[in-house]
Design a protein around this ligand. Structure first.
Ligand SMILES: Nc1nc2c(c(=O)[nH]1)N[C@H]1C(S)=C(S)[C@@H](COP(=O)(O)OP(=O)(O)OC[C@H]3O[C@@H](n4cnc5c(=O)[nH]c(N)nc54)[C@H](O)[C@@H]3O)O[C@H]1N2
Ligand SMILES: Nc1nc2c(c(=O)[nH]1)N[C@H]1C(S)=C(S)[C@@H](COP(=O)(O)OP(=O)(O)OC[C@H]3O[C@@H](n4cnc5c(=O)[nH]c(N)nc54)[C@H](O)[C@@H]3O)O[C@H]1N2
Ligand code: SF4
Ligand SMILES: [Mo]
Length: 698
C-alpha cells in the first residue's frame, strides 16, 4: 500500500508516507493519497502514536497549498523596482548562470570579501536535508558569512541548556498520566495540538490544568485556571512559587541534595520573592501565586506527578533566558522528575543526534572562519556599511525557507535593507512572499510532497522520513538540487555536491536509526528512558540540575535565575502605555499559509485584541480600524474588544503578509531588534505601543 513507485497502475490511488515539514513541535506523520500523479488527500498517519491519524487544519489543506494557482513554478527575474513584485519568466540556465556570475565575482575577491555573501534561512522546512545540508555545503565552499539562526528559540534553549544540560525533558506521551499540568507560555490548541490530546486525556483522568499566559487563549479557555501575567514577568512568578514551596516545606529534600547544584544559593534568592512582590511585578494577585504554589506543592506532598509544558512564547522578551531557567528549576524542588509523568518539556530536540558534520561538511570551510550575522538584526545589518571590525557590507543575500521581510523585527529597516539597489538578492520560494517581492531572482522550490527528507522533532522523540508523493510541479526543484546546480555553475567540483537526497537521508543518522523501518512505516521511535532524570543524571557538566551556573558566571551573567525586566516594560512609557504581544495565529504557521484562501478565510483579517477598559478610554469599538504605533512605526488593523486581552496588554495575532495588511505593514513594523539576555534571541513580545482610532475609516 505504502509505496512511492510512480509507475503504479493508472487510476489506482496509492498512499505515500511523509512527515510534516513545518516549524511545529508535533512533526506529524503524513499519508498522502495520490491518484494519476496528483495528490488528492493529505491525512494524519493513524499508525503513528503521536499523530494519531489527526492533522491540524493547516496541513489537512496541503493539496490546496501545493496546487495553489499562485505557486511560483518557473525561475523569475526582476523587471521593476525592488519590492514592486514585477518579474519575468526566465530559464533555469539563464538564472543559474547569472547568479553564479554575481556570487562568483564576490567570492573571487578573496576570503574577506566572500563574507559579503549572506545566506538567510529558517524553518520553512524543518527537514535535515532540505534545510541545512547541500545549502551549508555550498556556503561553506564559498566562505560566505554564517547565520545565527536565532529567530525563535535561542534564549529559551540556552536557559534550558544551562539548567538541565540540553533540549531534553519529559516525553510528551506521559503528560497523559500527570495529575497537574502547567501550560506555561503555550497556546497548545493552536501550536501543539498533539500535546493537547495528551493533556485532555490527563484532564479526563482528573488532572488539573493551569494556563500561564498574558492572553486568555483558546487553551486558557479549556484549562481549570488561567493566570494572566504581564509579558516578560515569568521569572518573578517562578521565583515566588519557589518562595512558597520553601516556606511551606513542600520540597523533596532528598532530590535536592542528590541531584541539584546550588540549592542554598537559589533558596536565598527565592526567599527574596514573597508572592506580594511578584504579584506587583506580574500584574496579578498574590493569592493567584499562592494558589499556584499550593497546587504544585500538593503534588509533592501526595507523591503525584506534576508536569510543565513550557513553550517558546514566554522567552521572546529581554529576560527570556532567565525566565526559562527559573521555570526549569521548579521540577527539581518537588522531585517531579522522579515520575515519568512529572518534570518539564520545552523542547525534545536534544534527544536526537543527527550527523550534522556529514550533512553540512564544515571541512569545506578549509580553515576559514567567516563572521556570523544574527538573523534577528538583519534590518540593521543590511544597512550597515563596511568597516574594519565588521568586514564588508552585505552585497548578496540568498534566502531560502524563510520570509524575513514579514517575520523579522522592525520591518521598516528590514524592508529598507532589502530595497538597496546595490544588494543582489536570490529567494528560493513556493510563493511570491513579501521577501520574494524584493528578489532579483525568485527560484521555484518544491514542497514536502515533491521531495525527500528526514526529520527530527522538538515535541516528540521519533525520527520521521518523508518520501516524495508527486513529481515536482512546473519547473520547481528541491533546495538541495538548486544548490547542487549552483555549485556546478560556479565550478565547485567536490564530489559531495553530487550526493543524492536519498543518500543524504540515509547519512543523516547512519546506522543509529533503522532506515528500512523508516521506509516501511514512516517513523522510527528512539530507545529512550521513560523518566530521564528520576535518578538525576542531567547532561550538565556537574550531572546535576544546575540552579547555580558557573558557566553563566564566567560570561559575566547572574549565576542564579533572576527576574530581568523587559527592555520595554509595561508602565514605563507615557507615550506608549500598552504592551503588545503578537503570538501565532491558529490557521497560519508564522507567515506560511497566509495566502491559502480557506485558511485566510478562517483567520479573517489582521486584528488587535484590546481589553474593554483600554478600548473605552480610547473610544475604540470592535471593528474600528486602529493605528497601532510606536517610535519604530505604525501598523493598521481592525480592533476587537475582547476578554482575551488583559488590561494593559494588546494582542496582534499572527504574522500576516505585509502586502495583505491595511497599510502594507504587519505587527513587525512595531517590534524591536533588541536581543534577549541569553542566546541573542528576538524580543517580539517586549514591545510598547499606543493605539488610536482612525476616525475616517470607522
Ligand atoms: N498554528 C500555529 N502553530 C504554530 C505556529 C504558528 O504560527 N501557528 N508557530 C510555530 C512556532 S515557530 C513555534 S516556535 C511553536 C511554539 O510557538 P509559541 O510562540 O510558543 O506558540 P504558542 O504556544 O501558540 O504561543 C505562545 C503563547 O505564549 C503567550 N505569551 C506571550 N508572551 C508571554 C510571556 O511573557 N509569558 C507567558 N507565560 N506567555 C506569553 C502568548 O500569548 C501565546 O498564547 O509553535 C509552532 N506552531
Ligand atoms: N511578531 C512576531 N514575529 C515572529 C514571531 C512571532 O510570534 N511574532 N514568531 C517568530 C518565530 S517563532 C519564527 S520560528 C519565525 C519564523 O520565520 P520563518 O521561518 O521565516 O517562517 P515562515 O514565515 O513560515 O516562512 C517560511 C517560508 O519558507 C518557505 N518554504 C517552505 N518550505 C520550503 C522549501 O522546502 N524550500 C524553500 N525554498 N522554501 C520553503 C515558505 O513558503 C515560507 O514562505 O518568525 C518569527 N517572527
Ligand atoms: S503543522 Fe504541526 S499539527 Fe499541523 S500537521 Fe504539521 S506537525 Fe502536525
Ligand atoms: Mo518559532
Amino acid at each position: 500500500m505504502h509505496d512511492s513507485n510512480p509507475t503504479s497502475a493508472p487510476g489506482a490511488p496509492r498512499e505515500v508516507l511523509g512527515a510534516c515539514p513545518h516549524d511545529c513541535p508535533d512533526t506529524c506523520s503524513l499519508v498522502t493519497t495520490v491518484q494519476d500523479g496528483v495528490a488528492i488527500r493529505v491525512a494524519g498517519n493513524p499508525a503513528h502514536p503521536h499523530t494519531g491519524g489527526v492533522l491540524c487544519t493547516k496541513v489537512s489543506r496541503y493539496p490546496e497549498r501545493t496546487y495553489h494557482p499562485e505557486r511560483v513554478l518557473h525561475p523569475l527575474k526582476r523587471t521593476g523596482p525592488k519590492g514592486s513584485g514585477q518579474f519575468e519568466r526566465v530559464s533555469w540556465e539563464a538564472a543559474l548562470t547569472d547568479i553564479a556570475r554575481r556570487l562568483g565575482a564576490i567570492a573571487a575577491r578573496g576570503p574577506d570579501a566572500a563574507q559579503a555573501i549572506q545566506p538567510y534561512s529558517y524553518a520553512g522546512t524543518m527537514g535535515l536535508v532540505q534545510s541545512e545540508s547541500m545549502a551549508s555545503r555550498f556556503f561553506h565552499a564559498l566562505g560566505a558569512s554564517f547565520l545565527h539562526r536565532s529567530i525563535c528559540a535561542t534564549a529559551g534553549g540556552e536557559g534550558l541548556a544551562q539548567t538541565l544540560g540540553g533540549k531534553v525533558g519529559m516525553r510528551v506521551e506521559f503528560f497523559a498520566e500527570a495529575k497537574l499540568i502547567l501550560i506555561w507560555g503555550s497556546n497548545s490548541i493552536t501550536s501543539n495540538l498533539h500535546f493537547w490530546r495528551y493533556a485532555q486525556l490527563a484532564k479526563r483522568n482528573g488532572a488539573k490544568l493551569i494556563c500561564i499566559d498574558p492572553r486568555k487563549s483558546e487553551t486558557a479557555d479549556k484549562c481549570h485556571e488561567h493566570i494572566a501575567l504581564l509579558p516578560g514577568t515569568d521569572a518573578a512568578l517562578a521565583l515566588a512559587v519557589m518562595h512558597e514551596l520553601i516556606v511551606h516545606d513542600w520540597l523533596d529534600h532528598d532530590y535536592l541534595e542528590r541531584h541539584t547544584l546550588g540549592w542554598d544559593a537559589l533558596r536565598e534568592r527565592a526567599l527574596q520573592w514573597p508572592p506580594a512582590r511578584a504579584a506587583a511585578v506580574c500584574g496579578i494577585s498574590a493569592e493567584q501565586i499562592a494558589s499556584l504554589a499550593r497546587d504544585y506543592g500538593a503534588c509533592q506532598q501526595r507523591g503525584e506527578p506534576a508536569a510543565i509544558r513550557l513553550n517558546y512564547g514566554m522567552q521572546r522578551v529581554h529576560g527570556g533566558g532567565n525566565a526559562v531557567r527559573a521555570v526549569a528549576c521548579l521540577p527539581a524542588l518537588i522531585g517531579a522528575w522522579r515520575h515519568r509523568a512529572g518534570g518539564l518539556l520545552l523542547s525534545s530536540s536534544g534527544s536526537f543526534a543527527p550527523d550534522k558534520t556529514a550533512l553540512q561538511r564544515p571541512d569545506l570551510l578549509a580553515g576559514r572562519t567567516p563572521r556570523t550575522i544574527n538573523m534577528v538584526t538583519i534590518g540593521d545589518d543590511l544597512l550597515r556599511p563596511a568597516s574594519p571590525t565588521w568586514g564588508p557590507a552585505i552585497e548578496a543575500l540568498v534566502v531560502y525557507d524563510s520570509n524575513p521581510v514579514a517575520v523579522a523585527p522592525e520591518s521598516a529597516k528590514v524592508a529598507a535593507g532589502f530595497a538597496r539597489e546595490d544588494l543582489f538578492t536570490v529567494v528560493l520560494e513556493h510563493f511570491q512572499t513579501d521577501t520574494a517581492d524584493y528578489a532579483d531572482y525568485i527560484l521555484p522550490a518544491t514542497t514536502q510532497l515533491e521531495h525527500w527528507d528526514i526529520h527530527t522533532s522538538y515535541g516528540h522523540t521519533d525520527v520521521l522520513l518523508n518520501r516524495p508523493a508527486i513529481a515536482p510541479r512546473g519547473e520547481a526543484k528541491p533546495n538541495t538540487q538548486i544548490f547542487r546546480e549552483l555549485a556546478a555553475h560556479m565550478g565547485l567540483t567536490d564530489p559531495c555536491f553530487a550526493e543524492t537526497d536519498e543518500a543524504l537521508c540515509r547519512a543523516a543518522f547512519g546506522a543509529s536509526v533503522d532506515f528500512e523501518l523508516l521506509l516501511r512505516q514512516g517513523f522510527a521511535p528512539q530507545a529512550l528512558p521513560e523518566a530521564p532524570f528520576a535518578q538525576g543524571g542531567f547532561p550538565t557538566p556537574s550531572g546535576r540540575c544546575e540552579f547555580f551556573s558557573t558557566r553563566l558566571q564566567a560570561q559575566g551573567l547572574d549565576a542564579l535565575p533572576s527576574y530581568v525586566p523587559n527592555h520595554e516594560a509595561a508602565g514605563t512609557s507615557a507615550a506608549y502605555p500598552l504592551a503588545m504581544i503578537s503570538p501565532p495565529a491558529r490557521n497560519f504557521l508564522n507567515s506560511s499559509f497566509v495566502n491559502v484562501a480557506s485558511l485566510q478565510e478562517s483567520e479573517g483579517e489582521p486584528i488587535l485584541e484590546i481589553h474593554a477598559s483600554d478600548a473605552q478610554v480610547r473610544a475604540i469599538q470592535s471593528g474600528d480600524v486602529v493605528r497601532v504605533f510606536n517610535r519604530r512605526g505604525e501598523y493598521r488593523c481592525k480592533a476587537v474588544v475582547s476578554a482575551r486581552a488583559r488590561p494593559g496588554v494588546v494582542n496582534g495575532l499572527g504574522v500576516w503578509w505585509r502586502k495583505l495588511g491595511l497599510a502594507g505593514t504587519n505587527v513587525n513594523q512595531l517590534t524591536s531588534q533588541a536581543l534577549t539576555d541569553m542566546g541573542q534571541g528576538p524580543t517580539f513580545y517586549d514591545c510598547l505601543v499606543e493605539v488610536a482610532g482612525v476616525p475616517a475609516l470607522r
